[in-house]
Design a protein around this ligand. Sequence first.
Ligand code: PHE
Length: 340
Amino acid sequence: MKEKIQNILNEINEFKAENTETLENFRIKFLGKKGQIQELFAEFKIIPKEQRKEVGMLLNELKNKAKEKLFSEQKTFQAGAKIEKSNKDLSMPVDYIQLGARHPLSIIRNEINDIFSRIGFTVNEGPEIEDDFHNFTALNFPEEHPARDMQDTFFIEKDPDIALRTHTSSVQVRAMENSQPPIREIYPGRVFRNEAISARAHCIFHQVEGLYVDKDVSFADLKQTLFYFAKEMFGEETKIRFRPSYFPFTEPSAEMDISCNICGGKGCNICKYTGFVEILGCGMVDPNVLENCGIDSKEYTGFAFGMGIERITMLKYQINDLRLFFENDSRFLKQFKDAL
Ligand code: PHE
């Protein structure tokens, strides 16, 4: 019996699997129900009592050795098989996880936030669904103003009117209602207008509005602040110019142009050969608006400005179709991977 055990043990020790088939044969031959080890266990019943302890231990050891061999061969054999199959260099560094890119509008919004933060503006936000008071009335829109018309505004409810905000100026109203000057804030956010979608217009877009209310705030402060912004955003060489304009909530009002960042002011098709491109609306906050929001217009003055983030982004990256921002085409979006 002992000799048989030793012989089988030798055979097991020498065994090397060449493929799954020889490995399976090994399992059947030694560890199967009718295998050699099982046979020995059957014989074990008839050996003399005084040998049982010793032989029993040897038999158990043999069985464990056979199992160990089976597992270890399985492992090396499987690992080896994988290398053969995949033909890959397993010592190569792993692929980097594909990271997403920030949306170009987020990149520019963050940059605008940063630029104004550096001169003491804080960032604030307000709701996208607004009542008539915050979107229009408090901002001095006359009762019959065409901007209140169904054509421009997405109304959600009528009487009282609830709408998707048409500009971020509504947040200016909320800020003045809730705090007293000095107020120096910017309000980035999404706005909605009932417009046909084209390369130059969309029913959803993004704005940043800025507001500064304090004692003795003047148009000179407005001009200097926006000049600083234009240079930070578009480069030190950038020139600005103001054209008189009209907004119900500012008086006087202006539109600000910057020297074309594509041609440097020489004239190209982006600036329509004028050398300048419009980037924002601005003005001194109308005293009526201050009063509507609970601020004493004899003591305080303020300026406000509002710009479209899409417009700034298009100028900055030379994008010529607004719709690209909303289509989520990864071929477009992944170009901004290294932008920030
Ligand atoms: N709210 C204006 C718009 O949406 C922009 C603006 C903001 C103009 C603040 C003047 C002052 O067009």
